[in-house]
Every structure is written in structure tokens, then in C-alpha cells.
Design a protein around this ligand. Sequence first.
Ligand SMILES: Cc1cc2nc3c(=O)[nH]c(=O)nc-3n(C[C@H](O)[C@H](O)[C@H](O)COP(=O)(O)OP(=O)(O)OC[C@H]3O[C@@H](n4cnc5c(N)ncnc54)[C@H](O)[C@@H]3O)c2cc1C
Ligand code: SF4
Ligand code: SF4
Length: 422
Amino acid sequence: MAEDEFGQVADLDTIVSYGLCAACGLCESLAGLDRVEMALTSAGRMRPVTKSALDDDLMARIRDVCPGVTLVGPDPAQTDDKGTFHDIWGPIRTMARGWSTNEDLRFSSAAGGAMTALGCFLLETGKVDAVVHVRASATSPTETDALVSRTVEEVRSGAQSRYGPAAPLRHICRLLDQGERLAVLAKPCDVAAIRNLGRIDPRVEEQIPYLITIFCGGLPTTHTADKITRYHGLEPDDVTLFRWRGNGWPGPTHIETHDGSTHDLTYDKVWYSDDVPWEYDIQFRCKICPDAIGELSDVSCPDAWVMIDGKPSHAESDGANLFIARTPAGEELIAEARAAGAIALEPFTIRELDLQHADHITRKVENPARVRALRAEGQPAPVFQGFRDTKMVEIAGQQQDRDAEQGTVRRLREGAHREPLT
Ligand SMILES: Cc1cc2nc3c(=O)[nH]c(=O)nc-3n(C[C@H](O)[C@H](O)[C@H](O)COP(=O)(O)OP(=O)(O)OC[C@H]3O[C@@H](n4cnc5c(N)ncnc54)[C@H](O)[C@@H]3O)c2cc1C
Ligand code: SF4
Ligand code: SF4
């Protein structure tokens, strides 16, 4: 049973109230809706609500799969025969810059449409029966729903980044019970939850052969979308469409309303300006995330930013992703999608990756210190194994490692990790 060394991660309320929940939704799927239901809390986060008591066996299984409790890093043998097992970036069998060859999808998607193109390819070729992903809520457009798609059109309808909670895995156990083969397009912590599930449910290896993910800067609350809405003088009820990005790369954060008005802000205005009344209010679990780059996926598809003066530029351009194959299955999928003409690829190097996604290097190397701080402060702490902690501390150096631990201790003492249950 996965449990922290203090034995404090006792139940779902502990996971939630100590800021360890990542909002994957797998606990609801395991327990069933009559016992656990994902719901938005007053803090604007999607969290499990325990509706009736969970027996010890069920709670033990939830702890085993919950990415707020446990994560096991990738197997270094994945790259024994090809590629590299990189200290920072994890397993890389192949890596290329690329995009969907469908121009409409490339334009409308978050970046180059890589994830949606791969999901569509898997459905079209019959390699999976359904794609598990997320989409803007039809009833409350600033929110996000978990979706199970069985047609290309449905998969395309989910193209776009949703900078808010979604619980993408809430249908997983039902789909496994139905005997369906699935691809999951979701965040790295969602992918990690599926890998955890695979250790206690042998059906996962056969029935979920493809896990495709993003690089993830962290998951904001729903309050961010509401604040952006109000910044335009609107109320959330006025909104008929809330698109975070896409229709360009990165594309505007675009709002449409019942009275036909439209409102746009640039990506830099939304995320990189100081004069707006919102912030990137990510959950605490993101601050201690050992794998925001999808090491546990089959394919990671971050943005492949255009670089200007050595820095990523967010000036509008034709969308592009990286296609990082982590596993043989991921490598084969990319090769087949390219051979079929679904995606276009061009060379890309690890040196370029270092420059484009330097923010993720900082998070990686500081992660052992941040988790250490939790233990030092006697807080419930997850068990993360196999993420090369010794090497991360060595790369960070003593000063950065110490600063990262002290910074986290300070935030913990301020209670920054604590969350309301409802
Ligand atoms: C919270 C968040 C943080 C991100 N941080 C980074 C970052 O630090 N660096 C970076 O390079 N890229 C980041 N991105 C990813 C980036 O915005 C693109 O989504 C990614 O590059 C994929 O582009 P695409 O064109 O292939 O996606 P598309 O083809 O448009 O497909 C997007 C896919 O992402 C999935 N998705 C979107 N939102 C969510 C969500 N909330 N939960 C689960 N799955 C979701 C959808 O299911 C869909 O399959 C982030 C995205 C999100 C949602
Ligand atoms: S991370 Fe997932 S499994 Fe863990 S408590 Fe949150 S929703 Fe449930
Ligand atoms: S930073 Fe990590 S925990 Fe947070 S949403 Fe992204 S993958 Fe999940």
C-alpha cells in the first residue's frame, strides 16, 4: 500500500485538505459515484467529495493509484535499445518538432494540434475504440468536462488547452469494465494515475495502450477564468464561449457572449503581465510535481516555441509542437502517423529543448527539496520514486537546493498548501 512515512495520508479528505490532490478524477471512477464525486470547491478546484464511508480495501486502492500519494518514475530500460535517458527530460527515444497536416486543426488547436492529430489517428486506424480527453463545458463555458470520444469530430472538439480543473479520468473504470481500448490525452499527473492503476489492474496494459500528454506549468482554479471574464465587464453567466488559446498559436484568450460581443486578450497579456487582477493560481500539488513533462507518457507534446534572442516568443505563428516519444509504443505511433501523412516532422535537439522549456528544468531540480520540506514540517507527503533525486540535487547545487527547501517551508508555515474541502 502506498502511504507516506508518517502514515498521515489516511483518506481523501487528508489528500485534499493538505493540497495533494491533482484533480485527476480516478478516485471517483474507482469508488463509484455513489461514494465519491468530483465537485468544484469554493476555492475553484475540482476535488473528490466522500459521500459515504470508504472501506479500508477501497481506500488502499485509491492510495495506490492517486498521483497525490504516489508516483513511480519511468523504467530506464525504456531507452536501452534506442535514444537517451536524460537526467532532466527523462526517456527520449525520438524527438522532433512538428504539427498536424490538417490545416484547420493546426490553426484551431492549442499549438500544432499534435495531441488531437494522434488521438484522431488512433481512432481512424482502429487502434483504440475511444479517446479519453477534456473539452470546454457545454453548460458552463468557463469550466471543463471530462469527455469520451468515439469519432474524429468529437476528438477535434476537444482541441485547445483548458487552464482549469477537469477530472479527465472519472470514466476510466467503467470503460475498462466495458472492455474498450483507450487512448488518454491529458496532463502528466493524469497519465501518472493511469500508470499507477496499471500496477494494480492488469487490464490497463492491454486496454490503455496510449498515453499522450502535455508539458504542464500547473493547473489554475476556475476563479482565473471568472476574473478574466469580469475584467471585460462581463459575468460568467453572460459567456457562451471561453477559449483559452488556439485559432492561432498561441492565439488569443477569446470570449463570446449571449449578446454577440467578443473579447480577446493576448497570451502574454493573460499570463505575463502584472497589470491584471488574476494570477496563475496553481494548486499546491503542482509546486511539488516531480513530473510535469510527461516522463510516464508514451508521447509528450509540449509547445515548440519560436525562439527570439534565446527566449521563447509568443508572437503569433503557425502552430508547432514537440513530439517526444518516451516508449516504443509512442515511437511507433509517431512514425505511423507521419507515414500516413497525419503529422509533419522536422529535426529538433535536446539543446533546443533546454532553452525552450528552461522553466521545467528549475522545477525538476528543485523538486527533491520541495518534497523534503513537507517531511521536515511533518506534513502529509507523497512518495515519489525513480525521479533521480540525487542527480537533481547535484544539478541544482547546494544553494538552490537549500533555497528551494526554505521557500517551501515558508509557504507551508503560511498554510499555502491547505485547502477547503468544499
Ligand atoms: C494546465 C496547462 C498547463 C500547460 N503548461 C504548459 C507548459 O508549461 N509548457 C508547454 O509547452 N505547454 C503547456 N501546456 C500545453 C500546451 O498549452 C498545449 O496544450 C500542448 O502543447 C498541446 O498542444 P496541441 O496543439 O497538441 O493540443 P491540442 O491538439 O489542442 O489538444 C489539447 C489536449 O490537451 C488536453 N487538455 C487540455 N486541457 C486539459 C486539462 N485541463 N486537463 C487535462 N487535459 C487537458 C485535451 O484533452 C486535448 O487532448 C499546458 C496546458 C495546460 C492545459
Ligand atoms: S489526485 Fe486524483 S485520485 Fe487523488 S484524490 Fe485527487 S482526484 Fe482523487
Ligand atoms: S504541474 Fe503536475 S500536478 Fe500540476 S496539473 Fe501539471 S502535471 Fe498535474
